[in-house]
Design a protein around this ligand. Structure first.
Ligand code: IVH
Length: 682
C-alpha cells in the first residue's frame, strides 16, 4: 500500500509539472482526477504515511492566522531601473571597464508581480517568504504550496542539499479578470492591476482561497552555498530540469547590440503574453564576474532593469460623471475625447476616488495624460498645465448623491464615498434588481437595466420581491415591451422559483458575498434562516468566510428592510433551503456538533457531511446548546476551554465513528474538488 501511495505521488507530481509548468499534459483531466482521488483516499486511510509535499496538499485548508516574519538568508536586493537605452549601454560599459570586454549577459523578462524566495531542503519545499523589506519577509509557505507551478518536491538530481530560489508570483490576465468580475459582482472594489492582485492573494489568511486565485510563478535566480554552476544561465537550465517554471524567453546576449535587439523583440512580444511584464532584466551571466562586480546596499552592480514606459497618450477631458453602483459606491468616470492608446480607442478613464482627483488637480477641459500600465482600465495620470484654458474651475467631488441628492458619506479609512440612501436611490435600486436577475443569480431573461429602470420609474418595482407580483397586463403597455416580452418576463420570474438556494444567496447582493462564498454559505448553513441567525463571531470562524464577510452578512440581516425583503421572497415561493440530502440515519437527530482541528482518517468536510447524514447539525462555535465537540489534532485551545467550561462532551474521531455506528458514509460530501485541474493557467 505504501508503495502505491508513493507511486501515485510521483506520477501525479510528474503530470502536475507537465500540465502547469510545461503546458503539455500527457493525460486527460479525468485520469488525473481519478489518480488524485485514489491518493487522497489512501492518504486518509493511512495518516502514518503522511507527507507535506504530497500533490494532494496543493489544496490549502488550515487557517494560518497572521504571518510570521522570517529573515532572508541572503538579502533580497532590488534592481537599478532605467527607461533609457543609453543608460543600459552605460551599464554595460561600466561592467566591461571593470572586468574587461567580452562579457556575456542574460536578458530576461521583467515580470510584473510580487517577489518570492523559496527554500528547498533535500529537494523539498520547506519555506516561501515574501520580499518584505528585503532583509526579512512574511512566511507565506502555506499559500505558496497551493500554486501549481511551484514544485513541492524536486525532480531529477543535482540540487544542493539546501538552497533558495527566487522569482515572481504573478496573476495571469485571465485569472485577474475573472477575480475582478467576481469582486465587482460581490460589490467589492476590484484590484487595480494583476500585480496588486497577486500580492494581495499571497497575503490571504486562507490557503484554500489562495488556491482558487489562479496564481502562477516564474523563477529567475538560484542561490546557495554549494551551487556547482559557473553561470546564471546554467543554473536556470538546471532549475528547469528540477521542475521549476523558468521562462523560455531568456537569452544570452554578447554585446550591447544583442541586448538592444532583445529589448526590441520583447517590446512587441509582451503584448501577446498572458501575464504582465514591465521590462527586461539584464544580468551578467558569469557568477565569478558577478562576485567581482559586487553590490551596493540596494542593488547588484551586475544587473540592471530596463523598463518599458507605460503607454500613454494626451487627450482632452470632456467631463466627469459620478456613477452610483448598486452598493451605493460613487465612482468618478472621466469622459475623454477619443484617443488611440496601446491599440485601442480610449473614451473613458477611471479616476478612482476623491483623493485621486485632488492629487491630480484636474479641471474640466484640461489636456490630460491617460496611461495603460499593468491596468486594464486606462487611468488619468497627469495634467498638461501649460495648456490649461483660462478661467477653468477645479473639479469638485460632489457632496450629495448625483442620482438622489442624499448627502454622501465617507467612512474613516475608506477611499470611496457612498450614498447611504440604499432604499430610495434609483441607480442602487436598479443595480440591485439587475444583479438579482443576472444570469449567474436568478437568471431571469428579458430584464435589462433599461427595462428595470423603466419599471422602477413606473413604480412597478422597488425591490427584487416586486418581480414576483408583476403581471403581464401591467408590462405589455409599456414602451418597448409588448405582449410577447411581457409574457416572457413573467414566465422567467416564475421559472426562477426553481433556482437553487446558493444562487439566491448570491442574488441578494450581500456585500462581499460573491458566487463562491454564497456556495460555501449555502452548503454550511443549508437554509437562509440558519444563516440569518448566525452571529458575526460564528460566521467569522468559518473557513472561507472570515471577519469582514461575517460582519457584512450580519449587517445585512440586521437591516429590517432586508429582513422584509427575505420574507416577501419566501412568501413568493423562492427557494430558501439547500437541497435536502437523504439521511443515512437519525442517530444524531437535532444534535448540535462542533468539529474542530484536523483528523487522522476523515477530512473535516467529510465529518460535517456525516453529521448531517445522521440528522445532526453542524455548528461552528461552541455555544450553550452545543451537544458535542468533535476534537481533532491542533484544535484551538479557546474552543477546548469553552467546551470544558460549559461541560460539553469532547469526543474523538473514533468515538464519533462509534456513535454513528461507523456506517460507511454514503452521502457524497459536497466537498468542492480543488484538486481538479479546471482551466489552464496559460
Ligand atoms: S532579479 C538581485 N530578475 O524586479 C536581483 N528580478 O526591481 C534580484 N523582477 O524584486 C532580482 N523580473 O520582484 C530579477 N527576471 C527578473 C525579474 C525580477 C521581475 C522583480 C523582482 C525584484 C524587482 C527588482
Amino acid at each position: 500500500m505504501k508503495q502505491r501511495i508513493e507511486r501515485l505521488r510521483e506520477v501525479l507530481a510528474h503530470h502536475n509539472h507537465k500540465y502547469y509548468v510545461e503546458n503539455a499534459p500527457e493525460i486527460g483531466d479525468e485520469q488525473f482526477d481519478r489518480m488524485m482521488r485514489e491518493l487522497a483516499d489512501l492518504e486518509a486511510a493511512h495518516p502514518e504515511w503522511d507527507d507535506p509535499s504530497s500533490p494532494t496538499r496543493r489544496v490549502g485548508s488550515d487557517l494560518s492566522g497572521g504571518f510570521v516574519t522570517v529573515a532572508h538568508g541572503r538579502p533580497m536586493l532590488s534592481l537599478a531601473n532605467t527607461y533609457s537605452m543609453e543608460e543600459v549601454a552605460g551599464f554595460s560599459a561600466r561592467v566591461e571597464k571593470e572586468v574587461g570586454e567580452g562579457v556575456e549577459y542574460v536578458c530576461e523578462l521583467k515580470f510584473d508581480g510580487t517577489a518570492i524566495s523559496l527554500n528547498y531542503e533535500n529537494g523539498v519545499l520547506v519555506r516561501a517568504v515574501t520580499r518584505g523589506d528585503g532583509v526579512a519577509g512574511d512566511d507565506v509557505t502555506a499559500n505558496v504550496r497551493t500554486i501549481h507551478s511551484v514544485p513541492l518536491r524536486l525532480v531529477g538530481s543535482g540540487w544542493p542539499a539546501s538552497f533558495d530560489i527566487r522569482g515572481e508570483i504573478l496573476m495571469p490576465f485571465a485569472a485577474f479578470e475573472r477575480l475582478n468580475a467576481e469582486r465587482e459582482a460581490a460589490g467589492e472594489p476590484p484590484f487595480a492591476n494583476p500585480r496588486n492582485a497577486a500580492a494581495g492573494s499571497l497575503k490571504l489568511q486562507s490557503p484554500a482561497l489562495v488556491a482558487r486565485r489562479g496564481l502562477a510563478t516564474f523563477l529567475y535566480s538560484v542561490a546557495g552555498e554549494e551551487l556547482s554552476f559557473a553561470t546564471h544561465s546554467e543554473s536556470l537550465r538546471a532549475a528547469r530540469e528540477w521542475g521549476f517554471r523558468v521562462s523560455e524567453h531568456s537569452r544570452v546576449c554578447r554585446s550591447i547590440e544583442g541586448i538592444r535587439t532583445y529589448i526590441a523583440k520583447i517590446d512587441t512580444l509582451r503584448a501577446g503574453l498572458p501575464y504582465a511584464t514591465d521590462g527586461v532584466v539584464i544580468k551578467v551571466d558569469s557568477y565569478a564576474l558577478q562576485r567581482r562586480l559586487g553590490a551596493t546596499a540596494k542593488s547588484p552592480r551586475w544587473a540592471v532593469a530596463y523598463k518599458f514606459a507605460a503607454e500613454s497618450a494626451a487627450t482632452r477631458l470632456v467631463n466627469v460623471e459620478f456613477s452610483v453602483g448598486r452598493t451605493g459606491a460613487i465612482t468618478p468616470v472621466a469622459n475623454l475625447e477619443p484617443v488611440q492608446l496601446a491599440g485601442t480607442t480610449v473614451k473613458r478613464a477611471s479616476m478612482h476616488n476623491a483623493d485621486q482627483i485632488a492629487m491630480l488637480d484636474v479641471k474640466i477641459g484640461d489636456m490630460v495624460y491617460v496611461e495603460k500600465g499593468g491596468e486594464i482600465i486606462p487611468k488619468i495620470t497627469g495634467v498638461d498645465l501649460s495648456v490649461r484654458p483660462p478661467g477653468s474651475v477645479p473639479l469638485e467631488f460632489p457632496a450629495v448623491c448625483p442620482a438622489c441628492g442624499t448627502a454622501l458619506v465617507r467612512d474613516e479609512g475608506e477611499a470611496r464615498h457612498f450614498c447611504p440612501n440604499a432604499a430610495g436611490c434609483p441607480p442602487q435600486i436598479v443595480g440591485r434588481i439587475a444583479h438579482f436577475v443576472s444570469r449567474r443569480a436568478m437568471d431571469i431573461e428579458g430584464l435589462g437595466e433599461e427595462t428595470i429602470a423603466l419599471l422602477v420609474a413606473e413604480g412597478l418595482l422597488m425591490t427584487p420581491a416586486d418581480l414576483y407580483t408583476l403581471r403581464a397586463e401591467q408590462l405589455a403597455p409599456l414602451p418597448r415591451l409588448g405582449d410577447k416580452s411581457a409574457e416572457n418576463i413573467v414566465a422567467g420570474v416564475a421559472a426562477s422559483l426553481k433556482v437553487p438556494f446558493s444562487r439566491i444567496l448570491y442574488a441578494l447582493g450581500i456585500r462581499m458575498v460573491g458566487e463562491t462564498t454564497a456556495k460555501y454559505l449555502a452548503a454550511h448553513f443549508r437554509s437562509l434562516d440558519a444563516l440569518a441567525a448566525a452571529s458575526a463571531e460564528e460566521l467569522a470562524q468559518i473557513e472561507e468566510v472570515g471577519n469582514k464577510v461575517g460582519e457584512a452578512i450580519s449587517e445585512y440581516f440586521t437591516d429590517p428592510q432586508n429582513r422584509a425583503l427575505v420574507e416577501r421572497l419566501r412568501a413568493a415561493g423562492v427557494n430558501l433551503l439547500a437541497e435536502t440530502k437523504t439521511a443515512v440515519s437519525d442517530t444524531l437527530d437535532g444534535k448540535h456538533i462542533v468539529i474542530s482541528g484536523s483528523f487522522a482518517t476523515h477530512s473535516r468536510d467529510d465529518l460535517k457531511a456525516m453529521v448531517e447524514a445522521h440528522g445532526g447539525r453542524n455548528q461552528s462555535a461552541v455555544a450553550t446548546n452545543t451537544d458535542y465537540l468533535l476534537a481533532g489534532e491542533k484544535i484551538g485551545p479557546a474552543k477546548l476551554t469553552k467546551a470544558r467550561k460549559l461541560a460539553i462532551p469532547i469526543i474523538s474521531e473514533d468515538e464519533f465513528m462509534e456513535m454513528i455506528g461507523d456506517v460507511k458514509n454514503s452521502t457524497a460530501s459536497e466537498k468542492n474538488d480543488n484538486n481538479s485541474r479546471q482551466g489552464k493557467l496559460f
